[in-house]
Design a protein around this ligand. Sequence first.
Ligand SMILES: [Fe+2]
Length: 156
Amino acid sequence: MKEFIPWADELSVGIEEIDEQHKVLVVLINKLYDETVKPHPNSTVVEDILNELVQYTIVHFALEESLFRIFDYPYYEAHRKQHEELKKEVIAIQTKFRTDAKAVNLELIHFLRKWLREHIMGTDKKYTGFFLEKGLKGSWTKRSWIGKIWDSVYSK
Ligand SMILES: [Fe+2]
């Protein structure tokens, strides 16, 4: 079965750990799609996915923003504002669903796909060159990430 959002190179920001986090968001939107296109979507499943999507979005954005602060990213404020907007939108979908389960329809899920793809490709990709220049390595694994960021900042 073709996935609603197939992972593709064009979605990669070139930093493995961030790609892994973006993949989690892709999986959640794919799951939401798969459940919604069923003849009888299970509202508990939809609610769980939406809750996870909201939570993970908040965690992921917080991680990006802390990197921006650590490395003095010049577009921090503009990027943070966009995160605020995106967070509001995904929370609005969650709220809408609580009062009207049918509100989460294909149109909304297409909106979420656009929401994620455009942010990754239009805004996130702009930070890659900056981070690599600051010494981050695209191949760092999760376990060693924080320590390495710490070292690279404090060994200056
Ligand atoms: Fe972002």
